[in-house]
Write a protein that binds this ligand. Structure first.
Ligand code: ATP
Ligand code: MG
Length: 370
């Protein structure tokens, strides 16, 4: 188990889930492994007021109302659609919920333009069909079909990217709750067991590519996840993810709190600039999400570990920030250049601290890329 590049939540937190299950005496919907309150506790972590014998770590950061609404939806007849900007933690929340409720978060279909009905229903093992004919044994169930048979949660990532055919097939699965297999003469219907539901995610920036049909919309409850703009929660997310990353790479390195502040501050500044921009050319292509902040810090940490002296410096952080955000040339570079001149430079004069090194590192990175 330890040599997985990235363990699914039910494996990573198996011990915590076992413990929660052992103390859980609340009523559980269907075949859920945990009661709704315990699912919420697993996702949002424990507080002293919960009076538990041990601490449960917070894994997803955001308003508890989103988590509660998601849990209630999954106990209802409808699917759950988590929608929001890129990097707002939708997939991570979906994984945590599936892990807590079903102990399986890996029954996932990825929505792309190439996703077909087979991917959400079933396909055939061709060599077995040739040898033995079509039967349940030669059928390959999709992750969604498997979730139906087991009465657990299936996931559909990036729902809006799939074509309308696929979306239509999903409508019938969500309303009839069975899949028929017309190729077979008998045993040709797979019924969903109680507990089956779907958590889908959709990126709000993708919308319009394939606008969801109103029939499908009615079968989902929408939970809109906003970009975290509260600096304190954002700092917590970044810290949580970074400590995990360091552990995974077995890196011993301290992230100085003032560098974390600089990272959060510069993202906040750049978001404010994007909000007041009047055209797309004046807006960074990046959504400036928390996930991207984590990416910048990860990049800086690895750079310092591989090529530096294992100390995270402001110059390196600036280089990683520019490198990650300058996707379009010249537009993004111009925006960053303007930010560096207009904001970082004066701040480095006024506030001092690590800002002068941040200023220098960013200048160099911009010059290299220009
Ligand atoms: N609110 C949050 N709580 C905890 N972690 C978060 C949060 N937001 C983002 N993250 C972290 O950011 C990373 C990206 O999140 P995730 O993949 O879930 O985003 P997403 O909303 O699904 O984005 P996309 O629309 O691009 O698929 C994950 O590693 C996740 O842990
Ligand atoms: Mg996602």
């Amino acid at each position: 188990m330890t040599d997985m590049l990235r363990a699914p939540a039910e494996v990573k937190y198996a011990e915590e889930l076992d413990w929660l299950e052992s103390i859980d005496d609340g009523p559980k919907p269907f075949s859920w492994r945990l009661s709704p309150k315990m699912v919420r506790l697993f996702v949002l972590g424990s507080e002293r007021a919960d009076g538990l014998d041990r601490e449960i770590s917070q894994k997803w950061f955001g308003d508890r109302s989103f988590v509660e609404r998601s849990i209630v939806t999954l106990a209802s007849d409808r699917g759950l659609l988590l929608i929001g900007d890129p990097g707002t933690g939708k997939s991570w929340l979906a994984e945590l919920l599936a892990a807590a409720i079903s102990r399986n978060s890996t029954l996932v279909v990825q929505g792309t333009a190439g996703t077909t009905e087979d991917h959400i229903k079933y396909s055939w093992n061709v060599s077995m069909v040739i040898a033995k004919g079509q039967s349940r044994a030669s059928m390959i169930p999709s992750p969604i079909m498997t979730a139906m048979e087991r009465g657990v949660i299936g996931r559909f990532e990036e729902l809006t990217r799939s074509t309308s055919d696929v979306q239509d097939a999903l409508i019938s699965i969500l309303s009839e709750k069975y899949i028929s297999i017309p190729e077979l003469d008998e045993d040709n219907i797979v019924f969903a067991q109680p507990g089956f539901s779907i958590i889908a995610t959709a990126n709000s920036r993708d919308r319009g590519v394939n606008d969801l049909s109103s029939a499908l919309k009615r079968r989902f409850n929408f939970v809109r996840i906003p970009v975290v703009t509260n600096k304190k929660s954002e700092a917590e997310i970044v810290r949580f993810r970074t400590s995990e990353l360091l552990r995974r790479h077995q890196i011993e390195l301290d992230v100085p709190p003032n560098l974390l502040d600089i990272l959060l501050q510069s993202f906040a500044d750049l978001r404010a600039a994007a909000a007041s921009a009047t055209s797309d050319d004046e807006k960074l292509e990046s959504a400036l999400s928390t996930a991207e902040q984590i990416g910048v810090l990860e990049d800086a940490i690895l750079h310092s570990t591989f090529f530096g002296d294992r100390t995270l410096r402001a110059e390196t952080l600036a280089g990683s920030l520019v490198g990650s955000l300058a996707r379009r040339s010249p537009e993004d570079l111009a925006i960053l250049n303007k930010y560096w001149h207009g904001v970082v430079e004066p701040r480095s004069k006024e506030d001092g601290g690590d800002w002068p090194q941040f200023l220098e590192g960013g200048r160099q990175a911009i010059a290299t890329l220009s």
